[in-house]
Design a protein around this ligand. Structure first.
Ligand SMILES: [Zn+2]
Length: 457
């Protein structure tokens, strides 16, 4: 029960307070004119006021009715820097009245302004100026509006600045991005240009290389042509010389047989005889131990004798049981064979004859073979091999195994018509006997000579 009484009392006090302080003075402002002063009182409600004056010092008193004041402006005091008024005071006069005192000698004019954004105001103009009709001062009357406008302007300015800053930043970023893109583009173009230049350089190098190669091949072909021309000229000269000799002989009376002999004979022919094997290389060995190197040398020496009788120029790759290469037994097979070719090529021989004897595991194998190098650009090699093979078969009565193309080193690497002869099979007992006999050697030499004469005839 006691509690209920206290609550009712609190409600009563609260309501009474609201009734007694319906309006409140919130703010006191002032602004200066030329010899004038305007004081504005901002209130929460429209109020009534009572105006009076007092002397010593001269004062205007405005009592705001049914009004209270915020703590901020209770006992408010302001010294004024104006000729119109010296001081202003604000204080609670009693529970329902706030008193405003202005120390002034000048007349004052008081009016109310209600509504609008600035709320309820009491305006006190001190001095003679008509503030209402002065727009500048009238504007100053509403400092809060001005402040708001300034704040708004400030905010707008700030926003504009921020926008400008953001725009600037965006423009800078855009410029940066464009710059970067331009740099990358330039870089890519540079790279492309470099690659193009590289490709062009390579193409030029390849072209130069191809031209160089073509020039070299042309020079080679020209050299070969010149050599062939010189060879042809030499041959033509020789023919001319022979014709001349014959004419001279025609002038003097001579035997017809002698004439023919000189035209078709072996006189002056350069013939290289190559007895196969020699020295540390015995060649094939027969059933009774007859060595190929011995047979080939014997036949070659006999043939040399016969050819010299025909006034041929005979050159032997060897005349004793030795190798042809000066390296002797240390020479490789190729070196030894090349040494034999070198003799014929150096002497510019008309023909080259390499003499050998054949051999096979089966002792029944027999016969005579003439070999030539098939790739020769004339038919002379085959003709020479065939003529000699025929001569041999007739003389030593061996069966013919034919005239065959081959790839033997000595016939391939000599510059003139060349043949390699397999006289007979040293591995065959009967043919070994022929090759080892005095009669057989002589007949073999005769058979080769017949072939040579046939070839030149
Ligand atoms: Zn041989």
């Amino acid at each position: 029960m006691v509690r209920k009484v206290w609550l009712s009392l609190l409600i009563f006090l609260f309501m009474g307070s609201v009734t007694a302080s319906a309006a409140r003075l919130e703010n006191v402002r002032h602004s200066y004119g030329s010899g004038t002063l305007r004081i504005v009182l901002d209130l929460t409600e429209e109020i009534e006021f009572v105006e009076s004056t007092a002397e010593n010092p001269s004062r205007s008193i405005i009592d705001l009715q049914n009004t209270t004041v915020s703590n901020e402006f209770h006992n408010y005091f302001k010294e004024l820097n104006s000729t119109a008024a010296k001081k202003i005071r604000v204080a609670r006069f009693n529970d329902s009245t706030v008193r405003v005192v202005i120390e002034t000698m000048a007349a004052i004019k008081i009016f109310k302004l209600n509504g609008g954004p600035s709320g309820h105001r009491i305006v006190i103009d001190v001095g003679n100026a008509d503030f209402k009709e002065n727009p500048e001062l009238n504007k100053a009357q509403t400092d809060a509006e001005k402040k708001a406008a300034e704040e708004k302007a400030e905010a707008e300015k700030k926003a504009a600045e921020e926008k400008a800053e953001a725009d600037k930043k965006a423009a800078e970023e855009k410029a940066e991005a464009e710059k970067k893109a331009a740099e990358e583009k330039a870089k890519a173009e540079k790279k492309a240009a470099e690659e193009k230049a590289k490709a062009e350089k390579k193409a030029a190098e390849e072209k130069a290389k191809a031209e160089k190669k073509a020039a070299e091949e042309k020079a080679k072909a020209e050299k070969k042509a010149a050599e062939e021309k010189a060879k042809a000229e030499k041959k033509a000269k020789e023919k001319e010389r022979k014709e001349k000799d014959r004419k001279e002989k025609d002038d003097s009376p001579k035997d017809v047989d002698e004439e023919i002999k000189e035209l078709t004979g072996l006189k002056g022919k350069i013939i290289v005889l190559d007895p196969g094997h020699g020295g540390n290389d015995a060649g094939a060995i027969g059933p009774t131990g007859v060595m190929e190197k011995t047979v080939t040398l014997r036949v070659a020496l006999e043939l040399e004798k016969l050819l010299r009788e025909k006034e041929a120029v005979v050159i032997m790759t060897r005349t004793t049981d030795k190798t042809v290469s000066p390296k002797g037994s240390k020479a490789s097979d190729i070196e030894e064979l090349q040494a034999r070719c070198d003799v014929a090529n150096r002497e510019k021989a008309d023909i080259f004859i390499s003499i050998h004897a054949d051999s096979f595991t089966n002792p029944a194998a027999r016969g005579t073979t003439g070999y030539y190098y098939a790739k020769s650009d004339t038919d002379d090699g085959r003709r020479l091999a065939d003529a000699i093979r025929r001569g041999l078969c007739e003389q030593i009565k061996t069966p013919s195994r034919g005239t065959k193309p081959c790839n033997f080193y000595v016939v391939r690497h000599t510059d003139m018509p060349a043949t390699l002869l397999e006289l007979a099979f040293i591995s065959n007992p009967e043919e070994e006997k022929i090759l080892d006999s005095e009669d057989g050697v002589k007949k073999a030499a005769q058979g080769i000579l017949d072939g040579i004469e046939d070839y030149f005839g």
